[in-house]
Design a protein around this ligand. Structure first.
Ligand SMILES: NC(=O)c1ccc[n+]([C@@H]2O[C@H](COP(=O)([O-])OP(=O)(O)OC[C@H]3O[C@@H](n4cnc5c(N)ncnc54)[C@H](OP(=O)(O)O)[C@@H]3O)[C@@H](O)[C@H]2O)c1
Length: 388
């Protein structure tokens, strides 16, 4: 039977079904959030600035320091800036030597890019000073400082170390330099040796007689790691290229694998601890060289030219997931510079158990060249800056 005209006129449009309505709400919400995020990113990028204006005024009490107002090695400048004055809990150190770490080029280049979003500065570096590791002489101390006095020779880590003076806090990463260690040697210790110590002692928990593999045994961290693993009683295998085989042996390694001739992941040998300074093998390949209860400690990896958005962090995140599905402990470690461990390392150097390996030295005005050299990824031990 046909519908009457009255029935047809009273036809109401059907209300959208609940599922369709939710889909529309979700679409609009996500779209709005995405737009807000893009807008926020755009504003944050273009308003990202730093304190470079302060370098425009002539310093009343000048010192030389390396500064950079924009990302990129070409933007590094040696400039006269205001000499710092120690706060009540700080010491004023006249820097005699500093050292370069991959850490420095990460900041100069602003890579991996995720770092920029994590507070380092989206468009420009927020902190315009460079360098961390230093050694020098205490020139003055703040009124609350009891551990150090003027004339003490110290070493440690403090931001802005590529300069004639730094002001570290007396209770933080600074310790007395042993007399048998030069300023150049002491300046090379902070980041690299602390990383090696904490990776092997605290994360790897190396025990006497355990087999320890160090991938990247000839670089800044590696040269310290070989010696520290030996002093913890490990049976140490170092991985390096042909030209560094003798160096790694001379540091005490029991076995050396030349990576240009042999792939350690294809060997039948199994290790209790693997320290990975290079990150050039997959996690499943690295797992394959561990004993069933072995530990894999990743500290970094990736060259200056291939950092991209996540750099080594991508592998670190993957390791967190991967380790949930295997028996071995596998993960990344971030070093924590502190006075206690610097003192441990000072004692080791004093007793002759630890000797920094210095590849090259540069002057303060040559910091850009020194960073370019370390960026190539083939330093033999540490690269040091001498400061006059
Ligand atoms: N997580 C942390 O807290 C932390 C702290 C310090 C450093 N790091 C990171 O750790 C990594 C190492 O630092 P570093 O100061 O030791 O760097 P580095 O001084 O620049 O070391 C480079 C070394 O890597 C070696 N290497 C390059 N390719 C290799 C390969 N395929 N197999 C084995 N060795 C290879 C080189 O030896 P050859 O010349 O023989 O190739 C060179 O001796 C960097 O990625 C750094 O950013 C992380």
């Amino acid at each position: 039977m046909g519908r009457s005209e009255f029935e047809i006129m009273n036809d109401k449009p059907k209300a959208p079904r609940p599922r369709k309505r939710w889909r529309r709400v979700l679409k609009w919400t996500l779209g709005t959030l995405f737009l807000a995020l893009v807008l926020w990113g755009f504003i944050a990028y273009w308003t990202s600035t730093n304190d470079c204006d302060r370098y425009a005024t002539t310093p009343a009490n000048p010192m030389k320091a390396v500064v950079y107002c924009d990302y990129g090695i070409a933007n590094l400048k040696l400039q006269e800036i205001e000499k710092p004055a120690p706060a009540d809990d700080q010491i004023l150190v006249r820097v005699r030597a500093a050292s370069i770490n991959p850490y420095d080029w990460h900041f100069v280049e602003g890579t991996p890019y995720v770092m920029r979003a994590m507070g380092v500065g989206l468009r420009k570096p927020k902190d315009t000073r460079l360098g961390v590791d230093f050694a020098g002489t205490v020139e003055a101390v703040g009124k609350n400082v009891t551990q150090f006095k003027p004339g003490d020779e110290v070493f440690g880590g403090r931001g802005g170390a590529f300069a004639q003076y730094v002001c570290p806090r007396a209770t933080r990463a600074v310790a007395l330099k042993p007399a048998n260690v030069s300023f150049e040697e002491a300046a090379s210790v902070n980041i690299a040796a602390i990383t090696a110590l904490q990776a092997l002692r605290d994360k790897g928990k190396v025990q006497p007689g355990q087999k320890v593999l160090i991938n990247g045994a000839s670089g800044g961290v590696g040269t310290f790691a070989v010696q520290i693993a030996k002093s913890l009683g490990g049976d140490v295998t170092g991985v390096c290229s042909t030209r560094n085989v003798d160096l790694v042996k001379s540091l005490g390694a029991d076995h050396v694998i030349d990576y240009t001739k042999e792939d350690f992941t294809k060997s039948a040998e199994r290790y209790d601890v693997m320290l990975d300074n290079v990150g050039n093998h997959s996690l499943s390949e690295c797992k394959g060289v561990l004993t069933p209860t072995g530990k894999y400690v990743l500290i970094g990896g990736g060259g200056a030219g291939d950092q991209g958005f996540l750099g080594g962090l991508g592998k670190a995140l993957w390791a967190m997931v991967f380790s949930k599905f295997v028996n071995q402990q596998m993960g990344m470690m971030m070093a924590d510079a502190n006075q206690k461990d610097l003192t441990v390392l000072a004692d080791m150097m004093q007793s002759g158990k630890l000797k920094p390996v210095i590849d090259r030295t540069y002057k303060l005005e040559q910091v850009p060249d020194a960073i370019r050299y370390v960026e190539q990824g083939h330093a033999r031990g540490k690269v040091v800056i001498t400061v006059e």
